[in-house]
Design a protein around this ligand. Structure first.
Ligand SMILES: Cc1cc2nc3c(=O)[nH]c(=O)nc-3n(C[C@H](O)[C@H](O)[C@H](O)COP(=O)(O)OP(=O)(O)OC[C@H]3O[C@@H](n4cnc5c(N)ncnc54)[C@H](O)[C@@H]3O)c2cc1C
Ligand SMILES: NC(=O)c1ccc[n+]([C@@H]2O[C@H](COP(=O)([O-])OP(=O)(O)OC[C@H]3O[C@@H](n4cnc5c(N)ncnc54)[C@H](OP(=O)(O)O)[C@@H]3O)[C@@H](O)[C@H]2O)c1
Length: 460
């Protein structure tokens, strides 16, 4: 028996990425008997571990073994192919669960807000990443890489790093990965020669983690170019670095310096870092297709806590036939859940969902939906467990009420032709994908369409 209620606790988790699974782990191993139902809009679990993490980062994907183990109890159910806010409303969940945890990540993109950003062959990283990872929403996107010689990737963070590697890799180096088949077919025909990584700030302000940045230097048959002048630190940067002592900044600078000094000779592709340039306009041809980028040079200014840049008025044209923006993500509102329009996250105080300043009583948020798009997978374990501790602390305040029988939700979803994918279904699909992959010498060969998944599982 629990404090506050006189029966086992019932919790719904919305979203099955790292934050959702780590919340499930903490709930299922808690000393309070808890039944957990997880709702996921896609037919497959694991969020960005499946559809974000780059195919050349296979070891990172091993984290899913921990998730599988954590939910190996019959108090856990997975309802795949159920979008909360569309297939079932938040009010309907609130009527069936004592507490709800939103772990929905960030389903929107930050935009540059410049003219012609939506031109042909311009896309946010979510689309390109989703395409090569076989996300059902993006698998049909057309990336005609056989028409492209130069790509600009905007942004200096780890997603920009992933995108740049995927564009610069030798095709053969992707063969042993779980990249989607359709992407492999297109990448094989790629005519890309140069990937320009555009930063609006300088090399001391990049957001890469050094380990991930270092991978760029290990790409086969790829030269790296940097203007050595960009690596000469100005007074503002020197002063900032002396104040902040950030070891990552030093390591990143060492990497850039090493590459600037490297004699790469002739290579199939070049990755060029161009710093201190802000994208101002996408230049297009008569078919609305990108043909270049107008950028404006910037210079550093000291803003106390952080370094920033200001525009100099000096502009430059970069010829390019494709642009990917990797400048971050943002949350999207879900009907019935208070949303903070400024931070673009679910409105919350330390994970408790608030309306104004008032806790709504039964809703919580974890992961990127709580914090915005920052941080690697591992940190969600502690962060989600901390929110689960708050949930336990709040049990006393829950109303005593009877809930519908456990299986009632299944009937509701079946009537709506949704929720057919259970965790056993996923495991069967996982086995099929890995078996298909094994035949090809790859870790897995994904089914990328919702209909394909339903069909192969005999649920179409
Ligand atoms: C391209 C990319 C590569 C990355 N690579 C790495 C890496 O190599 N190593 C690393 O440590 N970190 C990496 N990260 C960071 C890591 O992926 C994130 O920290 C983490 O995935 C965030 O977890 P989350 O659970 O908050 O969100 P997500 O992983 O985005 O999961 C959210 C889930 O909620 C589901 N959902 C959304 N809305 C609804 C709804 N209404 N109803 C039901 N379900 C819904 C989504 O389909 C998704 O499955 C990467 C991030 C990106 C973007
Ligand atoms: N392998 C991995 O471990 C891995 C892989 C991918 C992602 N991740 C994690 O996922 C999180 C999100 O990564 P991310 O790369 O999307 O975000 P990020 O780390 O915040 O980097 C975003 C980059 O975009 C730039 N940017 C933002 N707005 C811009 C604009 N209008 N014009 C030009 N540049 C702009 C930022 O520069 P400013 O500083 O100038 O704003 C920054 O360089 C990070 O925590 C990252 O570490 C990890």
């Amino acid at each position: 028996m629990q404090p506050g209620i006189d029966r086992p606790l019932r919790v719904a988790i919305v979203g099955s990425g790292p934050a959702g699974f780590f919340a499930a782990e903490a709930l299922l191993k808690s000393d309070i008997e808890t039944y957990v139902d997880m709702f996921e809009r896609l037919p497959t679990p694991y969020g960005l571990v499946r559809s974000g993490v780059a195919p050349d980062h296979q070891s990172v994907k091993q984290i899913t073994r921990i998730y599988e183990k954590a939910v190996e109890v019959d108090r856990f159910r997975f309802f795949g192919n159920v979008e909360v806010g569309k297939d079932i409303s938040v009010a309907e969940l609130r009527a069936r669960y004592d507490q709800i945890v939103f772990a929905v990540g960030n389903e929107g993109d930050r935009r540059l807000g410049i003219p012609n950003e939506g031109a042909v062959r311009c896309a946010p990283s979510r689309v390109f990443v989703g395409w090569y990872n076989g996300h059902p929403d993006y698998r049909h996107f057309k990336f005609d890489l056989n028409e492209v010689e130069t790509v600009v990737v905007v942004g200096n963070g780890n997603v920009s790093g992933d995108v740049t590697r995927m564009l610069a890799h030798k095709f053969e180096d992707l063969l042993g990965t779980d990249i989607a088949e359709h992407a492999l077919d297109i990448l094989e025909l790629s005519t890309i020669k140069r990937v320009i990584v555009l930063g609006r700030q300088g090399p001391a302000q990049v957001a890469y983690t050094p380990r991930e940045l270092g991978e760029m230097g290990k790409l086969g048959d790829v030269a790296i170019q940097i203007d050595p002048a960009d690596l000469v630190l100005d007074e503002v940067t020197e002063a900032f670095m002396a104040r902040t002592h950030n070891p990552a900044t030093k390591k990143n600078l060492q990497l850039f310096e090493g590459w600037a000094a490297r004699q790469d000779g002739d290579t199939a592709r070049v990755v060029e870092f161009r710093f201190f340039r802000d994208a101002r306009e996408v230049l297009i041809d008569e078919e609305n297709c990108i043909k270049g980028l107008r950028v404006e040079k910037t210079r550093n200014v000291d803003k106390g806590e952080r370094l920033d840049v200001e525009l100099t008025g000096e502009t430059e044209i970069i010829d390019a036939q494709m642009m990917i923006t990797a400048i971050g993500f943002q949350g999207q509102p879900i009907e019935g859940v208070p949303f903070d329009l400024q931070r673009r996250t679910i409105a919350n105080q330390e994970g408790r969902v608030v309306e104004g300043a008032q806790f709504v009583g039964d809703m919580y948020v974890v992961g990127w939906a709580k914090t915005g798009p920052q941080g690697q997978i591992g940190l969600h374990r502690k962060a989600s467990a901390e929110v689960v501790e708050l949930m336990k602390a709040d049990l006393q305040g829950l109303p005593h009420r009877a809930l519908p029988p456990l299986d009632e939700i299944k009937g509701l979803l079946e009537r709506r032709n949704s929720g057919q994918i259970t965790f056993s279904d996923w495991k069967a699909l996982d086995e099929l994908e890995t078996r298909r992959g094994r035949r090809r010498g790859t870790p897995r060969m994904k089914f990328t369409g919702v209909d394909d998944v339903l069909e192969v599982l005999g649920k179409a």
